[in-house]
Design a protein around this ligand. Structure first.
Ligand code: AMP
Ligand code: MG
Length: 433
């Protein structure tokens, strides 16, 4: 009885993944006001805007397309020629229109004009019969059977894609290649985007050694600072590398104060697990408000989160994420908690990554009552079905399992064991990492 009770109490101080996400979202929303001071805009040439976050709504200055035009290579004519009593349509070709030409010929009844894709539709024409349905004759006539095209077909209308004055893309958009192309199609040369937020990173641990030093006995290379750096850079943000910090209160305090003065967000790894967390906790109480969480998840159980304000003269506070030390746990907690928060702090909207159901090629053991983020490979089975398998050994320190994977298999809080052929949710790395 006693053990069971103690166990329940132990369980109850765990946050679920969704509770942790909510707590982060709440702080981001409330600190957005003070962060907004840093959210300055800058104007960049269009080709430098990929991955940046749009700071304004962009309204289209023109109709797209700007004129009615042909959607096909063929012959343009007045759709009223397609009378029910005609089996075969015969029209006299009076000329040719190429894309980009502005000359407008007057097409009369019984006539048509040879037209190329993108060429302006003559005023009296509303229909294009594609070339492949037609026969040309030596006497300058073209013929086709009635029924291969209906009146109004194969014509693009002015403003059909986008009308002048309508929103082409909205503020908060993370700009992708199609957005850049869309802007160019409107003749827009530069865009107002948010300046990149500054994110300080540091690694804590006496055992850590930088890759530029030789590895002394008992030490390990610091990989977290490198994976974190590129994860953040991939989000288009500025990284400030604050190096390796030794596990003692003075060094940590100094490092955090410096980082908080420079950056909008601090991300540290290591030093938040039981035992080590004690003096980090004590120090964080001096510098701001930070919660030390145990999250019901695997990997990535311990995590610290809050805001630091070591300098009372500074109007804004610095958001702080203390991630666990294990290299895979760092990447999982980064993608499950930090990524969306950073994008939102930088002004982005719609940052959610979709969960996609795929059949599992294997059974997976899973305990109910925690969320697991297993490293997976989505692949095509011999029947051509896309299915998922795990990358094998799932230890939180095994970075190779992450490197081999192309997705997270998300096993939800209440979910139990997975049988072969069951549906599981995956988050594909492409677009995420
Ligand atoms: P900690 O959370 O500090 O107890 O670290 C958990 C595990 O992750 C330990 O085995 C650490 O050696 C390892 N670790 C901590 N920080 C790093 C780092 N920056 N790079 C690689 N491994 C690390
Ligand atoms: Mg440590």
């Amino acid at each position: 009885m006693e053990t069971k009770k103690a166990n329940q109490e132990f369980q109850s101080d765990f946050l679920s993944v969704s509770e942790a996400r909510q707590a982060i979202a709440d702080l981001i929303a409330s600190s957005y006001e003070s962060m907004a001071i840093h959210l300055r805009k800058e104007t960049l040439p269009l080709h430098q805007c990929l991955g940046r976050i749009l700071a304004v709504d962009v309204l289209s200055p023109i109709d797209v397309p700007a004129h009615d035009n042909s959607a096909m290579d063929g012959y343009a004519f007045d759709g009223r020629e397609l009378r029910d009593d005609r089996q075969n349509i015969e029209l006299t070709v009076i000329g040719t229109l190429h894309a980009g030409e502005t000359e407008s010929l007057n097409v009369k009844p019984g006539q048509c004009i040879k037209i190329m894709t993108g060429a302006l539709m003559p005023a009296t024409c509303n229909t294009v019969v594609p070339q492949e349905f037609t026969k040309t004759h030596s006497n300058g006539l073209v013929s086709f059977s009635n029924g291969v095209v209906r009146a109004g077909e194969n014509r693009r209308l002015r403003g059909e894609d986008l009308q002048s004055g309508k929103a082409a893309i909205s503020q908060g958009r993370i700009l992708r290649p199609a957005d850049i192309g869309l802007m160019a199609s409107l003749g827009i040369r530069e865009l107002d985007v948010y300046q990149r937020i500054k994110v300080a990173i540091l690694s804590s641990g006496n055992e850590l050694c930088d890759i530029h030093e030789s590895l002394a006995p008992g030490k390990i290379y610091d990989s977290n600072r490198y994976s974190l750096r590129v994860c953040i850079e991939r989000l288009g943000m500025e990284v400030m590398d604050c190096g390796i910090v030794r596990d003692n209160p003075d060094d940590l305090r100094k490092a955090f104060i410096t980082a908080a003065q420079m950056a909008d967000v601090i991300i540290s790894s290591g030093g938040v697990s039981v035992g080590e967390a004690d003096f980090t906790k004590q120090m964080m109480e001096e510098l701001g408000e930070v919660g030390f969480w145990k999250i019901a998840m695997r990997p990535g159980r311990p995590m610290a989160f809050g805001s630091l304000k070591p300098d009372s003269n500074r109007p804004t506070s610095t958001v702080f994420f203390g991630l666990p030390g294990n290299p895979v746990a760092v990447m999982v907690t980064f993608y499950q908690f930090v990524r969306n928060a950073l994008l939102q702090l930088n002004g982005a909207k719609q940052v959610e990554i979709p969960l996609i159901p795929v059949r599992s090629a294997q059974g997976i053991r899973k305990k109910s009552g925690r969320t697991e983020f297993q490293r997976g490979i989505v692949f095509q089975d011999p029947e051509g079905q896309w299915v998922v398998k795990t990358t094998g050994s799932q230890g939180a320190g095994i970075l190779r399992s992450m490197s081999e994977a192309n997705c997270f298999i998300v096993l939800h809080h209440d979910q139990g064991n997975v049988e072969p052929g069951d549906w599981v949710d995956v988050e594909i790395f492409d677009g995420l990492l």
